[in-house]
Design a protein around this ligand. Sequence first.
Ligand code: PGA
Length: 253
Amino acid sequence: MRSKLIAGNWKMHGTIKETRKLILQLAVEWKKSCEQVEVLVCPPFTSLIVARHELEMSHIKLGAQNCFTGIDGAYTGEISATMLAEIGCSYVIVGHSERRTIFAETDDLVSRKVRSVLDAKLNAIVCIGESEAQRTSGETEAVLSRQLKGSLAGLSASDIVSVTIAYEPVWAIGTGKTASPEVAETAHRFVRSELETLFPGTSENVRILYGGSIKAENAVSLFSQPNIDGGLVGGASLDAEGFIDIIQAAVSL
Ligand code: PGA
């Protein structure tokens, strides 16, 4: 049985002071450790050290939103997975659609980032998802298949234990237009079958998160689908109460 993961992707939001406040609120509400539900927050790089400090006594895990490839080197402005491990992260989000579209990240680059994350003994949350135009023209499965294959290129079946997939339809991110539970489940089922083809015998153990306008109101119906193993939550994770309600939705199942 896969445990659920509820991950907050804070994106480029929050000063250090705001991070401290939000984390303290979350830590007060989420004191317990729960076998069925793992909770993760991914603040901006500048807040990671403060977040790690504030999370010390809690069961909430810390993640980053991106990294570069390799350990170190002449890559002005970049941060490696090794550095993120040192600061106390246990997860790194890789290949988010905002990085793919705004920063032109390719599947090849994403796959090299995933390799670096795993080499640093961290877990990778690998994001995939189709645009509205791709869905309308019936390309959803082809896009998901291509992104999955490209982003996980070079990995072995034993690497897959440290990989979580986030299915995030681009048309649902930050738009308030959540995928219906049926649409999301169909995509998740497809992703799992593709994973089984790529890494036989592993797919039942891989968590596939849904992301795209998750709110407390739609969380239960999404998380109760058999192939939806939690959520990558953007906007709604910036409000402690709303994020806790989403976590509680996962706990209630
Ligand atoms: P959203 O973002 O919940 O604000 O739609 C999700 C994400 O981009 O990971």
